[in-house]
Design a protein around this ligand. Structure first.
Ligand code: UDP
Length: 237
């Protein structure tokens, strides 16, 4: 499968057309942004780690019955995925309070929830991705009520599978962000990526952060944290 023209360049990935109108190639970059784009930097090796980890997790989820956009890994950084129209909602699932949740509701980071929780943000950079409720999303035609129900069910199932998977690697899955897309046949599939850019991972024993918070919060050892997650998922790199 060959890349044709570039369709899009985002903050962390480029997307290319292919000869097949239903397939695109994503190419993962080392570029990192945070704080609504105000903080920019490079995390050396991140593109390859996120590509390989995300593909591995999507394959695993596929085996558990979750429909995803994943088709084929081409290289360290490049993957063929189904072309979808992205539903403009960031779907955030949380098991433990952290980040914006902790700030908004005054709950100390690290507080476990009685049961997992979900929220949606409207994916729009110019509006700074505001929180949105499902009634608003339906009113704005971002998705139908049935689609939102399906997305919620998929998101909680993904959470259960990922939680179990990471716990065996001695990693607590604190929270994560998902994006879903619609294929040309109208099927809803998990899209975008699952990686240390989009998940909070804490070491089960020490609560050491092994994710992008190290970059967001200038904690140092950013590359080391990504490499450690890679090592836990794949054994030696
Ligand atoms: N997240 C993401 N992209 C975003 C916002 C959040 O991937 O634009 C992920 C983030 O890595 C974390 C989860 O979603 O795992 C919840 O993030 P939160 O709402 O706490 O936002 P933050 O504190 O990062 O602003």
């Amino acid at each position: 499968m060959e890349k044709c023209g570039q369709l899009y360049e985002g903050k962390a990935k480029k997307v290319f057309a292919t000869e097949d109108k239903d397939l695109v190639i994503v190419s993962y970059k080392d570029d990192a942004t945070a704080l609504d784009g105000q903080k920019k930097g490079t995390i050396v090796g991140k593109g390859a780690i996120n590509n390989r980890m995300s593909n591995h997790l999507m394959k695993m989820l596929g085996e558990k019955g979750v429909k995803t956009h994943f088709v084929e890994e081409l290289t360290d950084r490049e993957t063929v995925v189904k072309k979808v129209s992205i539903i403009p909602l960031e779907v955030i699932v949380r098991n433990v309070a952290a980040g914006s949740f902790s700030k908004r509701y005054g709950v100390e980071e690290g507080t476990s929830f009685a049961s997992p929780t979900i929220e949606f943000s409207y994916k729009d950079d110019s509006l700074h991705d505001p929180l949105i409720n499902t009634y608003h999303a339906i009113a704005l035609n971002l998705a139908t009520r049935q689609e939102i129900e399906e997305i919620k069910d998929m998101a909680f199932k993904i959470n259960e599978e990922l939680k179990k998977y990471f716990l065996e690697l001695n990693v607590k899955l604190i929270d994560f962000k998902l994006e879903f897309g619609k294929t040309s046949t109208g099927e809803i599939v998990l899209a975008d990526e699952i990686s240390p850019d989009t998940c909070r991972f804490w070491d089960s024993n020490t609560n050491e952060k092994l994710d992008k918070d190290r970059f967001r919060r200038d904690m140092g050892n950013v590359e080391e944290a990504y490499a450690e997650m890679m090592k836990r998922v794949f054994g030696v790199m």
